[in-house]
Design a protein around this ligand. Structure first.
Ligand code: ARG
Length: 577
């Protein structure tokens, strides 16, 4: 659809040469200048004319007055000049036809920029480290990553979601060593990843303790176990596979609650045999330098510390694996864009190896994108992974679910246990996700579960409640004869349609900025506009049948768009709450 912004921009662009002695400003440029005024009394859209003063060589007041004339007699948009601004008001009939017609005919595709068809995006996200706790620090990469996948899929891209499991490295030497000393198979089978984490914490503490006494026996043993694992020792390989399986089992519960599936679980171990070729290429290109025995790529020229490729003992490092993995992914998926979602603490790591692959001459290096996010604390307390002072994602979800369950039981005494459990999971998990995605991703977050679960305020439960409300109106409207003409009569409907009209540009902006929070904020805007409409306008009981039918159509449009937007941020649609 041509949006009202487009319509206005084109009309102004066309009228400029006549009004200002041949001046030309392309409509695309004008479109970017058009704003949404903060207050509805200033119209639906506005053009601040001071931004055109220099090009048109007139004062903003003169420009606004001249341009207003171009809209005389326009049936869709009225323009009024005010203090150097040109304020536009969209006609009710044009708004109703344009927006409702568009939303209801496109349905679930409404809002898609449809600009990803034929292109592939690879997304690396979640990627927890096996046998370590899956804690609230991983919430960011998991939900931001998945939301970016949904957004790109919505735009038409083919998406490949990769869970790049941290399933290789010296910690497995420690794990194997610890298991052989203190482990018990049955206990681990029964207790799952928690028992593995205990072993991991225990061996780390023991290594610290022996170090304090000047000993290295356990550290040496761990290193030897990892070495054996690398050499393919049967027992060690079997143990390692088992650790990975137990961890994945645990993660998959959380992924299921979030409705997340990955297309690939090729973790770090998968790239072991793919690194030598890349190291060799670096060497042949003369990019490797030996520094104190280690092999590095000097990035001083680019204002960064060196990128470490091989340790003194020849073993590979985190950047080495990322380089090999990116190369493999390009060969396999021919991506147009490869997105990596991690905490901002890893920004330097990504900047470094992105530069290295650029120096290696890989053309695809310009299509690598790192998407960082800020830290999370809970009720004011910072997390400390090392000391085991972590909040597990699983526990956070179950706390939220439990609380919602209790609230639901109180509100709906007669509800079946099964139904209540379903609602509690959708709303409990949704509350955590929505709260998390409410802020710009780079901001540090202090997570307050009580706030996230509130049914009032800008929360997940509030928007899910709003969605359920729209479902219930639609359910009650069954049998009402369908709308013949879209029309709106009140300011609340006018405002509601304005918000609906903004969905496509918010989606595009979210994709461009890699910001799921733009969708979260949009959902809040739409929910607020719908609730105002719901409270102030009668829907099913309006005076005449045409108004009833039109308002049902408006409710249907809200229901559709809210549903689409929920899907984009991993929030479940709830018909009842
Ligand atoms: N496993 C890493 C961690 O938990 C994150 C991996 C991110 N992805 C990547 N390609 N480096 O810190």
């Amino acid at each position: 659809m041509q949006t009202f912004k487009d319509y206005i921009a084109e009309k102004i662009s066309a009228s400029l040469p006549g009004l200002f002695g041949g001046a030309v400003i392309p409509d695309g440029e004008l479109r970017e200048l058009i704003e949404y005024p903060p207050d509805a009394s200033m119209g639906d859209l506005a053009l601040p004319c001071f931004k055109l003063s220099r090009t048109l060589r007139r004062s903003p007041v003169q420009i606004a007055l001249a341009l207003a004339g171009a809209f005389d007699g326009d049936s869709k948009v009225k323009a009024a000049a005010l203090n150097g601004y040109l304020n536009f008001t969209v006609d009710n009939a044009a708004l109703a036809e344009g927006v409702l017609g568009e939303v209801l005919s496109k349905g679930e595709r409404y809002g898609s920029p449809e600009n990803g068809h034929g292109k592939t995006v690879v997304l690396d996200y979640s990627s927890p480290n096996v046998a370590k706790p899956f804690h609230i620090g991983h919430l960011g990469t998991t939900v931001i990553g998945h939301s970016l996948k949904k957004l790109h899929e919505f735009a038409g891209y083919k998406c490949v979601g990769i869970n790049y499991l941290g399933d290789w490295g010296t910690q497995f030497g420690k794990m194997i060593c610890a298991y052989k000393k203190w482990g018990n198979r049955d206990e681990i089978e029964a207790g799952g990843v928690d028992r593995l984490v205990e072993l991991y914490v225990r061996i780390n503490n023991a290594i610290e303790a022996e170090k304090a006494e000047g000993k290295t026996a356990l550290a040496d043993e761990s290193r030897a176990e990892f070495h054996n694992l690398e050499l393919g020792d049967k027992d060690n390989i079997a143990l390692w596979k088992w650790f990975v399986e137990i961890s994945l089992n645990e993660y998959s519960k959380t992924y299921r609650q979030l409705d997340i599936e990955f297309d690939s679980y090729a973790g770090e171990s998968f790239y072991t045999d793919k690194m030598p070729a890349q190291v060799e290429k670096l060497r042949q290109m003369g990019l490797l330098k030996i520094d104190d025995g280690a092999s590095i790529v000097d990035l001083g020229e680019y204002g960064m510390p060196p990128c470490l490729i091989l340790k003194k003992d020849g073993s590979t490092l985190y950047p080495t694996r990322d380089i090999a993995a990116a190369n493999y992914r390009y060969e396999t998926y021919h991506f147009d864009k490869a997105i990596y979602v991690t905490s901002a603490a890893q920004s330097l790591h990504f900047a470094q190896w992105f530069k290295v692959v650029e120096l290696m001459g890989y053309d695809w290096s310009k299509n690598l994108v790192h998407v960082p996010y800020g830290t999370v604390s809970i009720n004011g307390a910072k997390l400390a992974t090392r000391t085991g002072n972590v909040i597990l994602l699983r526990d956070l979800f179950s706390q939220a679910i439990e609380k919602v369950d209790a609230i639901t039981a109180e509100k709906n005494p007669g509800m079946s246990d099964e139904k209540r459990a379903e609602i509690a999971e959708a709303v409990g998990v949704g509350a955590v996700v929505f709260y998390y995605l409410s802020n710009n991703r780079i901001k540090d977050i202090n997570f307050m579960l009580e706030d996230a679960l509130s049914y009032e305020g800008n929360t997940g439960p509030y928007v899910q409640y709003t969605y359920a409300r729209s479902c219930s109106v639609l359910e009650k409207s069954e049998g009402v004869s369908p709308v013949t003409k879209y029309r709106i009569t009140t300011d609340d409907e006018h405002e509601l349609l304005k918000v609906l009209a903004q969905f496509p540009e918010r989606v595009s902006a979210a994709i461009e900025a890699y910001e799921p929070s733009y969708i979260t904020r949009y959902i809040l805007d739409l929910a607020a506009a719908f609730n105002r409409f719901y409270h102030n306008c009668q829907i099913l009981t309006a005076d005449d049948p045409e108004t009833v039918a039109a308002r049902i159509a408006e409710t249907k449009a809200v229901n559709t768009v809210l549903g689409t937007a929920f899907g984009l941020i991993c929030l479940k649609k709830t018909t009842q709450i």
